[in-house]
Ligand binder design. Sequence first.
Ligand code: M6R
Length: 361
Amino acid sequence: EKGGYPHYMLKEIMEQPRVLFETYTGLASSRELENAAKLLSNAEKIFVTGAGTSYHAGLVFAYYMARIAKRPVIPFISSEYLAYRDMDHSNSVLVAISQSGETIDTLQAVRSFKSSGGRVIAVSNVIGSTIPREADVTVYTRAGPEIGVAATKTFLTQVLALTGMALTLAQYNGSMTQNEYRKAMDTLKNAGHAASAGIDRSIRAVELLASSLRSKGNIYVLGRGLGVALAYEAALKIKEVSYIHAEAYPAGESKHGPIALVEDGFPVIFVGVPPREELHEKLQSNVMEMKARGASTIVVGVSGYDDLKGVDFYIDVGNYDEILAPYAVVPPFQLLAYKLAVMLNRDPDKPRNLAKTVTVE
Ligand code: M6R
């Protein structure tokens, strides 16, 4: 049942090229994205919520919504829904992301928004689960069952569904022409290919990287732009299954505090994503400031960051634009977390203290 793999986590990482295609074709043959985009286009305020990995998918959504659909989105972690409780939400839409559709905090956020007049779009992997049942519209991710406690394939399928939603809205509100929209959706169709290239191009390098990181007590994962959400997700995956403390933050924050911890050999992984024109120079100075403190610097990124100076180890996942970059960049981090867990004799499928679905507050 693990498809010949030693663990579900690895099986589910390797399944991504296939399931991403299924997510895409499932969405293309339904009206889910259109229905969701219709609700969004009528909303005055848009919020996005989720817990853990689902929240990180929400951050990717907020990024694309701002950049592509020119709509600001307010992201919050679902357990923090109380902050928005006593408000009139009659012109608000909440996008509630939950793989299982049963996470109590996310469900509470949904109920709280509905009771103050808000409409809800659920993004979920489980048909007929509680959150989709209580939502006005549901977009299903169609990733198939995920057994490993760590969310892997469900993350990228959420990202795909949410990107489709942002693109559809962009076309509705005129931020994108019909033609641009068609092209972007065609690009998205290749998410599975990007995931497969990301896996192929990193699998050996990740093994080397994991052996050099296995003895470390701390890892920083830094990004800019779209790379921030991906860095958060990478750090969560590493700590959840390997128990190595990994922390992510926007790369520009180093000088505001976190760089105080950096000393000789401290590993810092940078996430390199498009647009290169905007980010390359800034990332270069972030690499240099870490290098100057003796950090061991690693870049996992799309092509175009290979000329960064002061980088000790570089994983080039291939040449991808802003729409496809997540599918190529995320699998190397999932594989890294997995490898670290296995090398340290930890069960990646059942990390200590964790349950697949959290149903108590
Ligand atoms: O089922 P959900 O998407 O609502 O679950 C949310 C989180 O509990 C989940 O993503 C958790 O953070 C994962 N174990 C992360 O790998």
